[in-house]
Design a protein around this ligand. Structure first.
Ligand code: MN
Ligand code: MN
Length: 290
């Protein structure tokens, strides 16, 4: 009897402990320092959309944190889930465009890191996520964008026309005196390249994404960026099917962040207060496009 009572007490104590723990962790949700705040760069200042970690536990949500940009990599797809970076004029310089795409040698060899050969004769461009032209202050910065973990199979017209126009406009915004937080990602399977439709390339090693998206938060230069983002901050989000048509102006493809979050399950701008996320994530930008 005494034993049973002790056991019940122990169970009650355990329940109480778990209750206190869960209440405490609710409080912590506001206050705990997320892992990305330990990083020295500002790539994840606005959040880590999939809570990716630099451990090998989840090969399909593997964090690659470089000074120049940060990636959630999917090993089964052979492409990033998303790439996040900060762009201000300190990143723009005179470095020449690197000539060589490179395998990411920091991935485990058993993951069979994707190389430029996997894209050969595929009919798809090696599409940068963080663009080469966004990282030109040093040769090393520029070379980092040519790691294959920053690349997706992108329909040539998509890459060279509509996407390039959005990249050019982003750098124009910086020239006009802004700083930007940019996230590019993709979802789905199957696109149409130069040789027609394909779900994968290189015998299935690399998935061809069906949709490619990007979101750009535009701020005047300043400090304490998270706290400066308000309901009226310009946020440009674009979603374009990965096909090889003649595209309109990128402005024709603007959507809300909510649409991207619904399609992917990611949480963009997760470091912003929910009240701000609710507003800026529902907006479809209608500002200038050039
Ligand atoms: Mn490109
Ligand atoms: Mn969000």
């Amino acid at each position: 009897m005494q034993d049973r009572k002790n056991r019940r007490n122990a169970q009650n104590n355990l329940l109480l402990f778990l209750l206190v723990l869960s209440l405490a962790s609710c409080n912590w949700a506001e206050e705990v320092i997320p892992i990305e705040e330990d990083f020295s760069n500002t790539n994840l200042t606005l959040g880590n959309p999939t809570e990716a970690l630099p451990t090998y536990l989840d090969p399909d949500n593997f964090l690659i944190d470089l000074p120049q940009y940060t990636v959630s990599y999917s090993n089964s797809r052979g492409i990033p889930n998303w790439v996040s970076w900060h762009l201000d004029d300190s990143w723009i310089g005179d470095a020449e465009r690197s000539k060589y795409f490179k395998r990411n040698k920091n991935l485990p060899t058993e993951w069979a890191p994707v190389s430029t050969n996997n894209y050969r004769n595929s009919g798809f461009d090696r599409g940068h996520n963080c663009p080469s032209a966004d990282r030109t202050s040093t040769a090393e910065d520029n070379e980092s964008t040519f790691l294959m973990t920053n690349i997706v199979p992108q329909a040539p017209n998509h890459n060279q026309r509509v996407w390039k126009a959005l990249e050019d406009y982003s750098r124009q915004l910086v020239e006009e005196g802004n700083e930007l937080y940019i996230v590019m990602g993709n979802y789905g399977q199957g696109g149409e390249g130069r040789n027609g439709f394909a779900e994968t390339i290189s015998d299935g090693r690399v998935t061809v994404p069906q949709y490619i998206w990007k979101t750009v938060v535009v701020l005047p230069p300043g400090d304490d960026d998270v706290s400066r983002i308000a309901a009226d901050t310009r946020v440009i989000t674009v979603l374009i099917e990965n096909v090889n048509i003649s595209f309109e102006n990128w402005g024709e493809y603007r959507v809300s962040i909510d649409e991207i979050e619904d399609a992917t399950g990611f949480d963009l701008l997760s470091r912003l207060p929910l009240a701000i996320q609710d507003v800026v994530e529902a907006v479809v930008d209608d500002g200038p496009t050039g």
